[in-house]
Design a protein around this ligand. Structure first.
Ligand SMILES: [Zn+2]
Length: 343
């Protein structure tokens, strides 16, 4: 029964002013954490104790009437109530102590407690035992640009506690402790699931995969799996929304005279036209060569021209540059020097 030494609010980690919703949330969270089925060995018995206390605390605090009495009389509220009732009348309706209709303290198993507390919400074919939904699972999934572009089926590995096959979850085999699960009845198992990720799912997207989270207890529905998409960018492309940016190196004469050159895209390289007289840092826009968007459109690919010099210069090239240098040109620095004087 209620252990007088325990503060129900403390057990739930709440203050005395907690709302009914706070109580419900705290209970659900802790019930999942403490549920004895999820623990093994010495932890299991420790959790059984905590779980019982938790249920006790919730049983009282979730019932406005009982909570009021608990607030008024403390842990001795049942005795106080009994006195009250007895004093009033032990009449036709009979005396209903707290014990017989609450489910705890009756030596029942945890399924019984759950049954009482949750009224079997969401039960799927478990005649006894309360169905509690499984926890959601969060996992990261990394996609390359190519995978974002075309969509991909990813294999995601998750660790999961499953009922031990050797002893069918009983923990013992022919009267001895089951070796496979060390008597816990459950084993950790890596489970691989395939998740189809459509094209256009960008970095930072959270994908919900229904029913692929942790299994429920007593026939409860499985939780959901949430995948956080992280895009793996290589060295070539920078991303800005659904647009991509890359640098396109060109020779000085290609920039001066114009040229048709091959340029990188996330898919196959494409031929692009460098206009004659292109300046350094000018951008070429390849429409639709960016990333797909959720609406089915595509971003663009921007190529920034980078005028590069050959790493080695032959004598002939040097001669040609010298000829170029002798041509009449205005000073390209004249404007910036003039401006600097005015700043
Ligand atoms: Zn086993």
């Amino acid at each position: 029964m209620a252990s007088p030494s325990h503060d129900y609010y403390q057990i739930l980690g709440l203050s005395r002013t907690a709302s009914a919703d706070d109580i419900k949330k705290a209970f659900r969270r802790l019930a999942r954490q403490y549920h004895p089925d999820l623990h093994s060995g010495t932890r299991k018995s420790e959790m059984e104790k905590k779980f019982k206390e938790l249920n006790e605390a919730h049983e009282i605090l979730s019932d406005p009437d009982k909570r009021k009495k608990y607030d008024q009389y403390g842990a001795q509220w049942e005795q106080a109530e009994a006195f009250e009732r007895a004093g009033r009348h032990a009449g036709a309706r009979g005396f209903r102590g707290g014990q017989s209709d609450t489910g705890f303290g009756t030596g029942g198993d945890f399924s019984d407690i759950f049954e009482n507390l949750f009224g079997g919400r969401g039960r799927t074919g478990a005649p006894h035992g309360f169905a509690t939904p499984g926890e959601d699972v969060e996992a990261d999934v990394e996609l390359s640009l190519r995978e974002v572009l075309s969509g991909v089926t990813k294999r995601v590995s998750l660790m999961e506690s499953v009922s031990c096959a050797a002893c069918r979850g009983s923990g013992s085999l022919r009267g001895r402790t089951c070796h496979a699960c060390a008597g816990s009845g459950t084993v950790r198992e890596s489970k691989t699931i395939e998740v189809k990720i459509p094209a256009g799912v960008l970095d930072g997207t959270r994908i919900r995969v229904g029913g692929k989270g942790r299994p429920g207890i007593n026939g409860g529905n499985r939780g959901d799996l949430y995948l956080h998409v992280k895009m793996r960018l290589g060295k070539v492309f920078r991303q800005q929304g659904s647009d991509l940016h890359a640098t396109l190196p060109v020779w000085p004469w290609e920039a001066a005279l114009g040229a048709e050159v091959m340029a990188p895209t996330v898919g196959e390289p494409v031929r692009v036209k460098i206009p004659a007289g292109s300046k350094a840092d000018s951008k070429l826009r390849l429409k639709g060569k960016g990333l797909p968007t959720a609406s089915g459109a595509h971003g663009d690919l921007f190529l920034t021209l980078q005028i590069v010099l050959p790493p080695f210069m032959s004598d002939e090239e040097r001669t040609l540059y010298e000829q170029l240098g002798r041509q009449p040109h205005s000073d390209p620095r004249a404007e910036v020097i003039a401006r600097a004087q005015q700043e």
